[in-house]
Design a protein around this ligand. Structure first.
Ligand SMILES: Nc1nc2c(ncn2[C@@H]2O[C@H](COP(=O)(O)OP(=O)(O)O)[C@@H](O)[C@H]2O)c(=O)[nH]1
Ligand SMILES: [Mg+2]
Length: 162
């Protein structure tokens, strides 16, 4: 069987968890990867406007999931699930309610995310094949040196003029 159509094909994806400090990012990963929960907090960087930033850097070629964590603390809820749902939809993200402490929603969240990432990777492969691009050909642009020193004229202008 052709490797690209085989179901045993494996992919590697990078998953980034963003959010304010103390929301439970580390706890979600710890629960998912090691099935553990720790009450102690390990400080990590605060990230503001994260969806905007992420899209600015990576474009729209990303799979977004929003986790409303700590649902075991429902009484202290700050954002209604309707509001969270609406926001998620507006940025094209999936939305899950989770609890790293009680182990709720985490398996489902990462599974759904994995499915979307694999689907997207397959689509990208199909498009590549359809457009006739050989996937093992890498295009290297080498005009960076000339454009660096010549200011406004980008190419062909730095040598002798005829
Ligand atoms: N009650 C409750 N506490 C949680 C949950 N997830 C994380 N925490 C606690 O929230 C604090 C911050 O968690 P942490 O994973 O370090 O947050 P991070 O800064 O986003 O990585 C820690 O004290 C965790 O024990 C949860 O689902 N429920
Ligand atoms: Mg952390």
């Amino acid at each position: 069987m052709d490797e690209s159509t085989s179901t045993s094909r494996s992919y590697n994806f990078k998953v980034v968890l963003l959010g304010e400090g103390c929301v439970g990012k580390t706890s979600l990963v710890l629960r998912y990867v090691e099935d553990k929960f720790n009450d102690k907090h390990i400080t990590t960087l605060q990230v503001k406007n994260w969806v905007k930033e992420l899209k600015k850097i990576l474009g729209s070629d990303i799979c977004l999931t929003i986790a409303g964590n700590k649902i075991d603390l429902e009484k202290q809820r700050n954002v209604s699930s309707e509001e969270a749902e609406r926001y998620a939809e507006s940025v094209g993200a999936s939305h899950f309610q989770t609890s790293a402490k009680m182990n709720r929603g985490i398996e489902e969240m990462f599974l759904e995310l994995s499915h979307r990432m694999v689907d997207r990777a397959r689509e990208a492969e199909q498009q590549k094949l359809a457009s006739g691009n050989a996937s093992n050909v890498m295009v290297v642009e080498d005009d960076a040196v000339t454009s660096e020193s010549s200011g406004s004229s980008r190419c062909c202008g730095s040598g002798a003029s005829s």
